[in-house]
Design a protein around this ligand. Structure first.
Ligand code: ADP
Ligand code: MG
Length: 695
């Protein structure tokens, strides 16, 4: 029993602390139906009342609602549809720590919305008519309950059948939400646990999958039913009382003044760039360019809101394509681990939501549509590591364009129309089309991803596994040292009197020790992203433009491919801003530009170089064929057309080859291009040994 709470007490509290808010509510009611109450204020007013509210929420809330009705009466407003929304509880319960003693209590839980059903009416007060038209009212809970007998004292029949009166019954909007633990709270690789939440009326439909929320509510339990038999296991669901959407980035990372001191000292070090590189996946040997690029990706460029309402992304997308077994997955996992909000997933991931989002009909929604967030939505404001990207589902492929460039994901299916946010950086890894790179063939041809998607990456690195004695020796030394350090520490732990000292282990571990501990690194990134918003200096701007124009210049020659598009210019800007953030500098200087030019050139040369001419060609990425190849296609089409003319509408295959050779295209190339044209349907084989251009 509640000993302390009473409607009078609540009236006193509300009148003393929420006078203005109640006056506002009376004015806006019933459009606005919620009165937001801070738990702090209740504690200030009467700590015992606050305590009772947590322990006996149902009884205490009955008093507070009565108080609200009474106050309404004095104002001449009927507050019967108004709610007290209690928020700001002093402590939050972790989803994985919820236990049976929380049942029936008021708790606050933090989490990330993984799925949400569409908003649909739910009956709360059902009015029934007996055959003699008498009314019987039944309040409804989780399951629909019909009257046992007619409640009217004058009813001579008492029995049913009862008819539900839709007009007289009360319905509320309702929505079911599933929240999961935020990725930053999980220790490496743990699967997040979930909690289902029920929200009604004005709380329904105000959040979307991917939102980070603090939800306060009363924990309820429902008995599980198996094949119509009640079991002794109970399921839990939180009855939502208030929702707060967390909007700030990295709210969860607390920076003490000592941390900031340390971060500033690190940033002032001229060797900071190398230090950060050495702190990314130290157990992986080499790849310093890739690691440097990853460190820029972790900091991101500046996202900009323009006055016209549009937004320019600051997040940097990066793709690693490479031979198997060269530590791509390891690099991804490590990066996601040090990023303040990182999610690791595989392109062939099994969840129905996949990489972006999906509308599904499953048991969670009891037959209603449910919107479920995929990895890129869950990684909002963080970084998504997507492994095996070449194996992703076709649906994902289609929605990834929007997710990467606009950083939103639109879903319009059945009753669900939603736009989810995916403001994250994407670090992808993929294998080449045929498993391994053929170094003599065009790189672009070996990437199993549509060019439109590739062009949305700011940086693409090609990692090939060419055996060379020198590098192989270094890698194997490094791997063996890492294993040796592990062996030492395992032996010390498991074999008594092994004689291995901690000093020995420490010494052995040195090769794989990150220079900056992951914990500090995460704080560094959060600090830089929160506080540093650099401007481009005039010198830097000039340098970036010159570099860009220089690359574009190749396009002026009519015979030369267009090397770079404006997308790459934007990538340069983002990377340069990020480079300034590493120094905690609010100005992008010439050094930043030089660093970025070096990285971008490496990436461009690997990917966009046309192996036939040695020139950069952006069309390899954005269209899928290089200019030299397009020229050949052109020539071949002309030849086929002419031959068709001379040979009753069909061109003899061998003649095409002979004519092409006369124009300097060798047989092998011709066959290659012809088979390509055939695959794409541009030409076909009307009969053996002949080709024809499709109409
Ligand atoms: P991928 O995803 O590219 O197929 P993995 O990330 O699964 O490759 O790596 C395979 C294994 O080889 C891992 O255990 C990794 O640590 C090791 N490895 C590969 N290259 C290196 C390297 N350069 N330095 C250290 N270990 C490496
Ligand atoms: Mg892998």
């Amino acid at each position: 029993m509640s000993a302390h709470s009473s409607p009078q007490k609540w009236t006193e509290f509300l009148k003393s602390s929420y006078k203005d808010e109640i006056a506002n509510l009376a004015e806006e009611y019933p459009d606005v139906r919620s009165l937001s109450i801070s738990f702090f204020d209740i504690e200030q007013f009467d700590p015992e009342l606050a305590d009772e509210l947590l322990n006996l929420p149902d009884e205490v809330l009955r008093d507070s609602n009565q108080a609200l009705l009474d106050i309404g009466d004095t104002k001449g407003v009927d507050f019967s549809k108004a709610y007290l929304r209690v928020r700001d509880l002093a402590s939050h319960v972790q989803i994985r720590s919820i236990r049976s003693h929380h049942i029936g209590k008021m708790i606050a839980v933090e989490g990330l919305i993984r799925k949400a059903t569409e908003v649909r009416p739910k009956i709360t007060r059902a009015v029934f008519h007996c055959p003699y038209e008498h009314e019987t009212v039944v309040m409804q809970g989780e399951k629909f309950v019909e009257p046992y007998e007619c409640n009217d004292a004058n009813c001579s029949r008492k029995k049913g059948p009862f008819a539900l009166s839709r007009e007289k019954s009360t319905f509320l909007d309702a929505q079911k939400i599933r929240i999961q633990e935020s990725p930053e709270g999980l220790r490496g690789g743990e699967q997040p646990q979930t909690l289902d939440v029920l929200v009604v009326d004005d709380l329904a439909g105000i959040t979307a999958p991917g939102d980070r929320i603090i939800i306060t509510g009363v924990l309820r339990s429902y008995q599980r039913v198996n094949y119509n038999t009640k079991t002794t296991f109970f399921d839990i669901v939180l009855d939502g009382l208030s929702i707060d959407v967390e909007d700030k980035e990295f709210e969860d990372i607390v920076l003490a003044s000592e941390d900031i001191e340390m971060i500033k000292t690190l940033a002032a070090d001229t060797g900071i760039y190398e230090k950060i590189i050495r702190s990314i996946a130290p157990s992986i040997y080499g790849y310093s360019e890739v690691k440097e690029a990853i460190s820029l990706q972790l900091m991101s460029g500046v996202s900009k809101k323009l006055p016209d309402g549009s937004r320019i992304r600051g997040d940097i997308h990066m793709l690693l394509i490479g031979d198997p077994g060269i530590a791509k997955s390891q690099l991804l996992r490590y990066t996601v681990k040090i990023a303040p909000r990182g999610i690791y997933t595989s392109g062939k991931s099994s969840t129905s939501a996949g990489l972006t989002a999906a509308a599904v009909k499953d048991e969670f929604g009891d037959g209603r549509w449910t919107l479920e967030a995929g990895a890129l939505v869950l990684a909002d404001k963080g970084i998504a590591g997507v492994d095996e990207m070449d194996k992703m589902k076709p649906d994902d492929r289609a929605s990834l364009h929007e997710a990467m460039e606009q950083q939103t994901i639109s879903i319009a299916k059945a009753g669900i129309m939603a736009t989810l946010q995916s403001r994250c950086s994407l670090l992808g890894a993929a294998n080449p089309k045929y498993g391994r790179f053929d170094q003599y063939d065009n790189i672009a041809k070996q990437i199993n991803m549509p060019p439109t998607l590739l062009s949305r990456f700011d940086l693409i690195f090609i990692l090939t596994d060419k055996p060379t004695i020198e590098r192989d020796t270094q890698i194997s030394n490094h791997i063996l040292k890492a294993h040796y350090a592990g062996e030492l520490s395992m032996q010390q732990e498991h074999i008594p009197n092994s004689g291995i000292t901690s000093k020995q282990i420490e010494h052995a571990m040195k090769v794989i020790q990150p220079e900056i501990e992951p914990e500090l690194m995460r704080k560094y990134i959060a600090y830089a992203k929160r506080n540093i918003y650099p401007l481009m200096s005039d010198d830097a701007r000039e340098k970036i433009i010159n570099f860009y124009l220089g690359l574009r210049k190749q396009g002026e020659d009519p015979n030369s491919p267009v090397p770079v598009t404006a997308r790459q210019l934007e990538a340069l800007v983002r990377l340069a801003e990020s480079s300034a953030r590493i120094r905690l500098s609010n100005e992008v200087n010439v050094d930043d530009i030089e660093r970025v030019i070096r990285i971008v050139t490496t990436s461009l040369e690997q990917v966009m170089m046309d192996p036939e001419t040695g020139m950069l060609d952006a069309d390899i990425i954005s269209v899928g064929t290089s200019k030299s190849q397009r020229d050949k296609i052109h020539i071949l089409r002309d030849i086929i057309k002419e031959l068709q003319h001379a040979h009753d509408g069909v061109a003899p295959y061998e003649d095409v080859i002979v004519h092409a050779e006369e124009q300097g295209i060798n047989r092998e190339k011709v066959e290659d291009v012809l088979s390509k044209l055939k695959n794409s349907g541009e030409i076909y084989e009307p009969k053996n040994g002949y080709v024809k251009i499709s109409q």
